[in-house]
Write a protein that binds this ligand. Structure first.
Ligand SMILES: [Zn+2]
Length: 671
């Protein structure tokens, strides 16, 4: 879409969006898998079938999987009701979260899906209301995340009310049907990612009651927006790859994120925390329930908590433990996470709440029994710790990120536990994340200090290899030999040298198909298949709807918007401009900010108006947001009656015209 992506949103987690064409792959003949396919016949969308190599690799991956069936028992345990025809419709886009769209996941895995991912997707798809223990219930599979209901003395405590108002309302209807109508007296937001709080109003039929207790980690409000505001536009574009938004669910399409399915792009809501968790242990009594909170910031999220329920001997691990290896680095792009701290919090929980009999989490399904709970926690703890320690060990021997990622393997004790496998994060990109955390992007090799950019590099490589035809032949040979990674490298150079070469693009898309089909990680699969999709059909658009994040947008401090605005200033065009300043007076929130352009940099201060400013603009915060999210055109706004300008409207327009439009739909797989 043309307007700039709203910065804050796109990022924290799977969310906001939907696949564009929900059922096309299902309709396009991705039926139950027949014999392992040996040809590369494409379906109606262009996705090739699994090659003989992929078929063999996936069969071998299936045969090597642990035989432990405890997950299926855990994920099934306590089912109260499964709504067979679950459909949740977005009030904003009209799009649907539909269980039926994933019915293809029945039966044995086809050659085009890694059997391990297939298994995870089926477990994540087991939607319904579950009794976790007497007095603890979860609605799972109504969103990427889980909503938990804990019985209090007079009512209910709800943990993590999902991503959208619509999904939370649907989950609440199901819960209410079986749990009755006692009031929800408190809500716990475990962390600052949108899939854990933004549906809150849906629990209450549209608006949260004024006396609601809302418990959240310290810095929750600051962090729920700031993690990704400045990089939000590019992050949103990249998120469409990570979560496969342009893909239809299907055997050659979207399967799962590893944590759960893509959430519905619905209405967002918010409730201001009334109590903050900022140390460990922090005991609180909530509606008669003793809760011991653990503060776990700068781990999976910048603001996060977990908690223990001594009466149940149950630990809510929020998202610092999941039934997958999580991301130390997310492929959409974000600051890398601290593996050492993260692992340390899990260890702290083991030490502090060592008598636990039950672990429940904000994604996936619970773990039952003391020994299994502790075993699960130790596995998660040591997975992150192992990646951390071994990456540094190898780096200290001189290995560089790709070399480390290629040789690192989890020990069998860890990889044999399904929960430690890379369904969301992967060992390869997490090892690179640890390297990045300590060393940054440069691997120390001078050849990599200042290499040519992709188009130049592509041109040189193609020429050095004897021209486009020769490169394609080498790529075909690589594909025939099952060397899809090498084929992708060759063809990527060729496509960047000549993006009009449709044969090269189709070959590259075919290599990405196979890499996607082989991936155990749901997000790797989505990344490859989205790349293939865009090579065949062009960029799919940012698929964003500004309205879906409105309630979150309101929480962003104005300061942050001005900082974000500065990152959109077109430096070269601004370079010749004589320094000037403009006052922004927000009449509704009583704030004045002075914006100053100097040395092609936009500075801002929350301070009294500058009397020498070229203009003083009086406007409201909502109007300002419309302006900077691109919802309203600059010119139209500047000359509208909604804002009052004292001084030069031309100066204001001049400033706004120096800002990049940034439509958030830039090419990724082509130059
Ligand atoms: Zn989450």
């Amino acid at each position: 879409m043309q307007r700039s992506a709203p910065p804050w949103i796109l990022a924290m987690h799977p969310r906001i969006l939907l696949p564009i064409a929900l059922l096309s792959c299902l309709l396009a003949g991705c039926g139950p898998s027949p014999e392992p396919a040996q040809d590369t016949k494409a379906d109606a969308n262009g996705n090739t079938s699994a090659s003989a190599f992929t078929t063999r690799l996936n069969a071998a991956a299936g045969a090597a999987l642990p035989t432990d069936t405890a997950d299926i028992d855990d994920a099934s345990r306590g089912l109260i009701e499964r709504e067979q025809n679950l459909v949740i419709e977005s009030a904003i886009t009209g799009r649907r979260w539909s269980a039926a769209a994933f019915e293809f996941l029945q039966g044995e895995p086809p050659a085009s899906v890694n059997p391990s991912l297939w298994r995870q997707a089926r477990l994540n798809g087991m939607h319904g209301l579950y009794k976790v223990a007497e007095g603890i219930y979860q609605v799972r599979g109504y969103d990427v995340s889980n909503m938990t209901w804990i019985r209090g003395r007079s009512g209910w405590i709800v943990v993590d009310p999902l991503t959208s108002v619509e999904s939370a309302a649907a989950a609440t209807r199901l819960a209410r049907k079986h749990l009755g109508n006692d009031p929800v007296v408190a809500v716990i937001f475990t962390h600052s990612h949108v899939d854990h709080f933004s549906g809150v109003a849906g629990v209450f039929g549209g608006s949260t009651p004024p006396d609601l207790r809302v418990i959240a980690p310290a810095r929750f409000v600051e962090e729920l927006t700031s993690e990704n505001v400045l990089a939000g536009i590019a992050m949103g574009r990249r998120a469409s790859y990570q979560f496969g938004y342009p893909l239809a669910p299907g055997l050659r399409g979207y399967v799962d994120s590893g944590l759960g399915r893509q959430p519905l792009s619905g209405q967002s809501s918010f409730a201001m925390p009334t109590e903050s968790i900022d140390h460990t242990p922090q005991p609180l009594v909530v509606d008669g329930v003793d809760i011991v909170f653990q503060y776990t910031p700068e781990s999976e999220a910048p603001a996060e908590l977990s908690f223990y329920l001594p009466a149940w001997k149950a630990w809510c691990g929020a998202e610092i433990v999941s039934r997958t290896m999580h991301n130390l680095y997310t492929l959409r792009g974000a600051k890398v996470r601290d593996a050492l701290k993260w692992s340390g919090y899990i260890d702290e929980a083991i030490q502090r709440f060592g008598d636990m009999e039950l672990v429940f989490t904000s994604h996936n399904w619970p773990v039952f029994g003391h020994d299994r709970a502790i075993g699960f926690l130790k596995g998660q703890r040591d997975t992150y710790r192992y990646i951390h320690d071994q990456t540094l060990r190898l780096a200290n021997q001189g290995a560089t990120p790709r070399e480390i990622a290629e040789q690192l393997e989890l020990p069998a004790q860890l990889s044999s536990q399904f929960a430690n496998r890379g369904y969301y994060g992967t060992l390869k990109h997490n090892a690179k994340a640890v390297y990045q955390f300590y060393f940054g992007w440069y691997d120390g090799n001078p050849a990599n200090l200042d290499p040519l950019p992709p188009v130049d590099l592509g041109n040189h490589y193609v020429e050095a290899m004897g021209g486009a035809a020769a490169v394609k032949q080498k790529a075909r040979d690589a594909i025939t030999g099952g060397e899809y990674r090498w084929a992708a490298t060759l063809l990527d150079h060729l496509v960047f040298a000549d993006p009009a070469d449709s044969e090269a693009k189709e070959l590259l898309a075919g290599a990405y198909d196979q890499l996607g089909y082989q991936a155990e990680s749901g997000v790797w699969r989505s990344v490859y298949l989205t790349g293939a999709q865009e090579l065949r059909h062009g960029p799919g658009g940012a698929v964003l709807d500004v309205r879906s994040g409105a309630a979150i947008l309101e929480r962003v401090p104005l300061e942050l918007f001005f900082t974000a605005m500065a990152t959109r200033l077109d430096g070269p065009r601004a370079a010749g401009t004589t320094p000037f300043s403009i006052n922004f007076v927000f009449t509704d929130v009583n704030e004045t900010h002075v914006l100053q352009l100097e040395n092609a940099v936009l500075h801002h201060q929350a301070q009294a108006a500058d009397p020498a400013a070229a203009a003083t603009v009086r406007l409201t915060r909502p109007l300002f947001l419309r302006m900077i999210t691109g919802e309203a055109g600059f010119k139209e706004l500047v000359f509208s009656d909604d804002i009052e300008v004292e001084g030069s409207r031309i100066a204001l327009l001049g400033l706004l015209r120096l800002l990049d439009p940034a439509d958030g739909n830039f090419p990724i797989v082509t130059p």
